[in-house]
Design a protein around this ligand. Structure first.
Ligand code: MLT
Length: 319
């Protein structure tokens, strides 16, 4: 009798695994449409949907530097039809918020990492500084007038801006947006002064010279902008911010679904069209070891351990 029940259960789970997915999968993006996370999500989502045989529907859930979306996913039905892309904010929010309504290490399943993206330091086109040294001089003399756009506490634009102000020993007024998509619109319109943002959004604006550009936040120069100096080589020693992305699902999502989504992710990261598009925007596909659930989980824990003390020392908190 017991064996018959076991066989029936195995057959049922086999059928469920063979059938999944039978309808579109929602990919939750924690920032505004048109911004850098959205660009990565839509690029890989298209390719993953082809492998899975269903549409991946990108849904932008905005607010509180990505924590509203993370909380939504933590409490969503674990049925394989809600997945989530997030970046460093999955780790840094743990230090930035006194009370997070979710636990990044307990409330999610880990699917895999995607790509690493450098950041770029920009100012509005008519900002009166031609290079980094002039920017440092000008902002020092006008510290109380400078405003810095970001995508809220938990966003990498916030982290980069915070580290940059700390490196300069300055404090500016920050203007939060629901993503750096709208922050970039404000920069292009001259309504804000400075923005630190990811190459996945900024490269076209840098190339068309619609913004002032002062350097990249990686230790080495990047292939997509080979002539651009790093902030480190211009004197901001050890200044480094690299954005990484992970794909998650609510805790309890069936392993069959997680495996299929992981296989689709790995296929997308080998798809020549996806790879070329990401590369052109400065993103680097992570090595295969990081494309695994364990690769993402251990990385996230290491990032929490790295950033939380830095953030607590800087004293930047939200309730
Ligand atoms: C976005 O997609 O808007 C950005 O990733 C926000 C940020 O973290 O700066």
């Amino acid at each position: 009798m017991k064996i018959a029940v076991l066989l029936l259960a195995l057959a049922a789970s086999g059928i469920a695994a063979a059938q999944y997915p039978t309808r579109p999968i929602n990919l939750i993006v924690p920032f505004a449409a048109g911004g850098p996370t959205d660009v990565v999500a839509r690029t890989i989502g298209l390719s993953m949907g082809k492998s899975l045989g269903v549409t991946i529907v990108v849904e932008n859930k905005l607010g509180a530097g990505g924590t509203i979306a993370a909380n939504y996913v933590a409490k969503a039905a674990p049925d394989g039809y809600t997945i989530f892309i997030h970046h460093n904010g999955m780790a840094t929010a743990t230090g930035l918020y006194r009370k997070l309504p979710y636990d990044p290490m307990k409330d999610f399943e880990y699917i895999g990492q995607v790509a690493d993206v450098p950041m770029t330091l920009l100012a509005r086109k008519d900002f009166p500084a031609n290079n980094l040294q002039e920017l440092i001089k000008y902002t020092k003399a006008n510290e109380d007038k400078i405003n810095l756009a970001n995508a809220g506490l938990g966003a990498v634009s916030h982290l980069c801006g915070m580290l940059f102000q700390r490196a300069l020993g300055q404090k500016w007024t920050t203007v939060p947006f629901s993503g750096t998509g709208p922050a970039m619109t404000a920069l292009l319109g001259g309504q804000v002064d400075i923005l630190c943002d990811q190459t996945t959004q900024t490269i076209p604006h840098i190339k068309s010279e619609k913004v002032r550009f002062y350097g990249v936040t990686t230790k080495q120069r990047i292939q997509a902008l080979p002539d651009a100096p790093t902030l480190d080589e211009q004197g901001l020693k050890d200044f480094e911010v690299l954005v990484w992305h992970g794909i998650y699902a609510p805790k309890g999502t069936p392993p069959e679904a997680l495996n299929r989504v992981n296989a689709a992710l790995r296929a997308a990261l080998k798809d020549p069209l996806t790879v070329a598009k990401l590369k052109e925007l400065g993103a680097e596909i992570v090595p295969e070891s990081k494309q695994s659930p364990e690769g993402l989980r251990t990385w996230l824990q290491a990032e929490i351990d790295k950033w939380v003390p830095v953030i607590r020392a800087a004293g930047t908190f939200a309730d």
